[in-house]
Design a protein around this ligand. Sequence first.
Ligand code: C2G
Length: 447
Amino acid sequence: MKKVITYGTFDLLHYGHIRLLERAKALGDYLIVGVTADDFDKTRGKINVQQSFMERVEGVRALGLADEIIIEEYEGQKIDDINRYGIDIFAIGSDWKGKFDYLCDYCSVVYLDRTEGVSSSEIRTENREIRIGVIGESRFLKKFVKECTYVNGAIVVAMVTDETSTLDEDFSDIDIIADSFEKIKDFIDAVYVISTPNLHYEQVKAAVNAGKHVLCELPIALHPDEVQELHSLAKANNVLLVEGLKTAYSTAYARMLLMIKSGVIGKVISVDATCTSLREDEFSSIENEKRSWNSLTAWGTVAMLPVFQILGTNYSNKQIVTKYANEKSKFDIFTRICFTFPDAVASIKVGKGIKSEGELIITGTKGYVYVPAPWWKTDYFEIRYENQEQNRRYFYQLEGEGIRYMIVAFISQVSSHRHTRYIGDEVSMMISSVIEDYYSDKDVTTI
Ligand code: C2G
């Protein structure tokens, strides 16, 4: 009996896949199809896969061509499979020509002509092309605009900025560059907001009222009641208002939260997060400082994320210690906040204008989680115990600092019209509430 094996993601199964499987089957008597696991696809840069693993397997199974379906989970597995299943022929589409010649040592390798004119990527793009308008300062928008080019179905078609005359070539593919939202609103389905936080409320409100979906960097607004109002408004207008903060969308960060929730370090007693950077911008006036991202809005939002996601939002008291660049502008070059919860504590240390080790440590009754600097670009973490032999290390691929995953999540939520909360409303509101307290000098000591 001649055994044939082939592999693929088989997302949104189409004619090209079917023809490939038919021809692979015809090469022998028994066909094994390896369907790639979600994690394996992510590590090889395929992050836009739309269907779940089970849906993809079901698609292949329903065709009735595979005699056996297996999961492809790791690099190098093909050699293992060929040996284990006694494979005679490895077949794959011609887009992989040459890439699998190394398997010739184990079985014969056949490249089958790829079917032209059809692909999962095209289907994904056709299904859900979301036209995005971006709002904010160009230096922050650069990365977002670039990352959109890697995400099927996300196209940046418009931009709102004050810098219309000084934009560089990174923005040359954007059709409409305007100085107000009114001028772009008829050409877009959604907006991404990364303007300075004092502008978020008005901008998000305008977008939501115009029926646009919104991805807005935290804080969504400077007051928690405004955040709540915007969420209600989004609901009433039947659009999505999604909290943006790249860390929350990284696989490693999400896995770390799940592990902690499942009790691997016991009961969490303390969450300690540090995020700092030096000031890259020179402020010409207090007015400019007032309008810019200070330590608390730029870094505090990031550092508070694991605190509230792990310990919840019901802290009983907090102390904010801050050092202003200038008291009038309330631009803090350094802020430390200690939170006390009923049975745990947390501290965040953030700064724009100081430098420290940007690590995250989560202390538990059985062990602790250590995420090395820069922890907010989470791709790696360790679970450490008293007995070092039990220590575990985890690594997950992170593309585009996590921004890419945030865009993928946003696009798929918009096209399925389902709000999957990576950052809960209560976390978002609590972050705004701490920022509100800071601006109203509540629980604040200055140094
Ligand atoms: N295919 C094809 N014609 C198309 C599209 C895809 O012949 N128009 C083939 C591919 O060449 C591949 C199979 O269908 O052999 C599955 O395609 P994908 O789902 O895109 O999977 P791919 O990323 O090619 O995965 O390590 C190798 C991978 O497992 C193959």
